[in-house]
Each structure stands twice: as C-alpha cells, then as structure tokens.
Ligand binder design. Structure first.
Ligand code: NIG
Ligand code: FE
Length: 430
C-alpha cells in the first residue's frame, strides 16, 4: 500500500545521532516510570521555528520531514543527544563569595555554626547590598554563560540576599534583566524570607514581608510587563530561619496577590512546610533531607514536585542525603536541581549534579535524566513546553561528546557538552 504523507518542514536537523535519550510524557514521572524513558540509537531530530517536529529512529524522522532551503544540519553520529537541563533551584544572583566559609567547613565547622557566628546568608546579604543592579547583572551573565556551556537551558533563580524591600526588588529586577540578556530562560522566584536580616526581629521582618515587600514585588512584576503567576514566592522554613506559621502567612499573602508558591523545607529540621506546600498547591518543595513519611505521602497525593539537591549535601559534607529511593517508591514525583548559591552549594554544573544524583541518591542514569529534565520542568510550572524532545516541545537540546547516557554521571566533574541548542538555535558550541 502506498501512502502519501505531508512532510513537516524543518529548519534544523540533527542526524545521525548515536543515542537520543528523552522522556515522553505529559505528566511528571513517578515510581517505576521515572526510569522509563526513550533511548534510541541511530536517531534523528528535526526542528522548525524553535520547536521539535520529529524525534526518533533516523529513517522515520528523515522520511517525515522536508528540509527548508537553508536548513542547518548537525552530524551527531558519535554523540549523545538529550534535552537541555531544567535547573529548578538556584540562587545565582549574589555579590561577593563565601570561599572562607567553605574552608571553615573543611576544618570542621558546621553550616549552622558559621551562620550563628554572623556568616551564612546574611554574609551574602552584605555582599549583595553593596552591589549595584548592573553589577549583579554582570555577575549573573558570567555564571549563566557557564551554565549554558554545561547544558542548562532553563533555570529558576531566586532573590533572597537583599533582605529588605529595596535590595530584594533590585535582585528581582536583575533577574528580569538577565532573562532578557542571554539565552537561558529564567524562572524568577521571590525569596525575601530567606533569613532574618541583622538589626530586626523575625516577627518584625515577616510583618514587613507581608505588608510591604510582597506588594512592592507585585508592582515591580507589573512594571516589567510580567504576569504575577509567572513568579514564585519561596520561604526558607527551617530551624533558625522561618516558622511554619510565618510560611503560611507569607503564602496566604502571595496567593492573594496572584503569585505562585515554592518552599525550602526539611533541609535541617522537618517543620511541616512540605505538607503545607502540597496542600496549598505549591509547584515544589525543595531540599527534603529530613522529610517524614506523612509528608512524603502528602507530596505523593499532590501535584507538588519534591526537588532534591544532592549538590548541597555533598558540598556541606553531610553523611546523609535525601531519601530519594523511598520517596520514589512512595509515589513522590521527584526532580533534581543544583541549588547553586554562594554558601551551601557553589556548584552550577548539572552534569556533576547528575553524577551525585546517581552516586548519593541511588538513581539510575535514566531516572537522573528524568529528574533533571521533564520532572524539573514541572517543578517550575513549564512541563507542557520544555523538558523533553517530543513533538511540539521547545527545541532545547544538549549535544554531548559521549556515546551513551551513563557516561554523563560517569564523567562527573568534566563538562562533556559540545553544543547547547536553545529554541532551535545553537547558543553555545565548543
Ligand atoms: O538552598 N537553604 C537555604 N538557602 C540556600 C543556602 C543559601 C546560602 O547559604 O547562601 C540553600 O541551601
Ligand atoms: Fe536553596
């Protein structure tokens, strides 16, 4: 039987591909599905106007597309191709650095001892307040360029080192500007409740956040022509930071302003914020090192993604890591991010994070890829447009100087990305 088929147009074709690996699912992946992703050898991928139009076995893809006259062809016959990473948790805008604290930890001091002695988040607050918006943007551009080179194509970015109205808004506006000035799509998160700034009490500061700082953020969001539901509000709910009651108050206010929710919970002590996040419809609850069984079940029943940050437990040299395997078994949709920040995890490299995900969280290479692409896309509310190389999804692609998926975690510490494609355009090439 002969079949006449209309061929779809393509302006970029990657063919042949040694191995193409991608998830293919509308919903975030849970339980055994986390590792069930498509691995195709001798594959091809076609793109038109920044979107994937065909991906899969080479012969099928090539038979289904028609090349535009100026179509770009990339030969990946010896290379691995994956979706670009969606990093769902970073604090990449900050002034100064805390290399001194890293060295203190190497000598046996703990993160909380350093914070209690005036270091920690408030040390970065000082460095960040000293920087102008332009300086924050310049620093951010350099960091984002490195992330792009390591395969990150979408990245969540938090405020949280300003800790007063003026400086938090300056950070938020630096994030908006950074989003416009380089290829990686940024997902902005407003985190004024990251630590209590020096010179005020927790109660006073939470009042300030609820009554003044969140409304000021809304004004800034509107001034930048952005919709409130494209911005998340996050709270660091933990011992020594903010309480469950503070978190609930801030969340109620954020929702009333049309903003969305995320939370830092169970990093050091479980205070109930994970269940609260699930109940209030947060996109994600992040860290979860000390998550209890009830909170795992609350997450499993919800659409809230559990974001794990194995770089942080590694960088803090903790002996315990997040109970990823148990969470997966209980039905939590987990994602993995870098937590790139000046203190607890100065690591932006998602290939290294994938290695730590396999080594310390016990995930397979397939599970680690799902956690850093499709599921992390859901953790930033973008699961319907990014995180997989399937028809209609954004053509955000990493091409690797590797033959197979397992070589990403295996090559921990070496950046094997040879090209990063953003929206169908080669944005970085080595
Ligand atoms: O995600 N846990 C809270 N915030 C960051 C640490 C920020 C810092 O130390 O500067 C984190 O680990
Ligand atoms: Fe964080």
């Amino acid at each position: 039987m002969t079949e006449t088929k209309t061929r779809v147009k393509a302006d970029l074709i990657i063919s042949p591909i040694k191995e193409l690996v991608t998830a293919c699912s509308k919903a975030p992946l849970r339980k055994a599905d986390l590792g069930k992703i498509n691995r195709t050898q001798d594959a091809a991928l076609a793109v038109k106007d920044g979107k994937v139009v065909a991906a899969g076995p080479r012969e099928e893809v090539l038979a289904s597309v028609e090349k535009d006259r100026d179509c770009i062809s990339i030969d990946a016959s010896s290379k691995l191709v994956t979706p670009g990473f969606v990093d769902p948790h970073t604090h990449l805008v900050f002034g100064g650095n805390r290399a001194n604290e890293f060295m203190m930890r190497c000598q046996g001091k703990s993160y909380s001892e350093i914070a209690e002695a005036g270091g920690g988040i408030v040390a970065s607050m000082r460095g960040t307040r000293e920087a102008s918006k332009e300086e924050l943007v310049e620093l951010g551009l350099v960091r984002l360029e490195r992330m792009l080179a390591a395969g990150t194509t979408t990245c969540e970015v938090k405020t949280g080192y300003g800790l007063d109205q003026k400086s938090e808004i300056r950070m938020l506006e630096a994030i908006f500007e950074l989003d416009e000035r380089q290829p990686i799509d940024l997902v902005p998160t407003f985190l004024p409740a990251h630590a209590v700034p020096t010179g005020t009490t927790r109660e006073e500061y939470v009042n300030e956040v609820v009554e003044k700082i969140l409304p000021a953020a809304l004004t800034s969001i509107k001034n930048f022509d952005r919709s409130p539901d494209s911005v998340y509000v996050d709270v660091f709910c933990d011992k020594g930071y903010f309480t469950l009651e503070d978190t609930k108050r801030i969340f109620d206010k954020a929702l009333s302003l049309g903003l969305k929710l995320k939370v830092h919970s169970d990093e050091f002590k479980s205070l109930g914020a994970t269940a609260l996040a699930a109940e209030m419809g947060a996109a994600s609850a992040d860290h979860l090192l000390t998550i209890c069984d009830e909170d795992m079940d609350a997450l499993a029943k919800s659409n809230t993604i559990g974001v794990l940050l194995p770089g942080t437990s590694f960088f803090l040299n903790l002996s315990e890591h997040a109970p990823a395997r148990t969470m997966i078994d209980r039905g939590v949709a987990i994602a993995v991010g870098s937590d790139f920040n000046p203190g607890s995890c100065h690591i932006f490299s998602m290939p290294l994070i994938m290695g730590l995900t396999c080594l310390h969280l016990g995930l397979t290479a397939e599970e680690a890829l799902s956690a850093t692409t499709i599921n992390s896309a859901h953790a930033v509310g973008r699961g319907d447009t990014i995180g997989q190389l399937a028809h209609g999804y954004q053509a955000d692609i990493a091409i690797w100087d590797l033959a197979q998926l397992e070589e990403i975690p295996y090559n921990m510490g070496w950046n094997a990305v040879c090209a990063t494609i953003k929206n169908g355009v080669v944005a970085h090439q080595r």
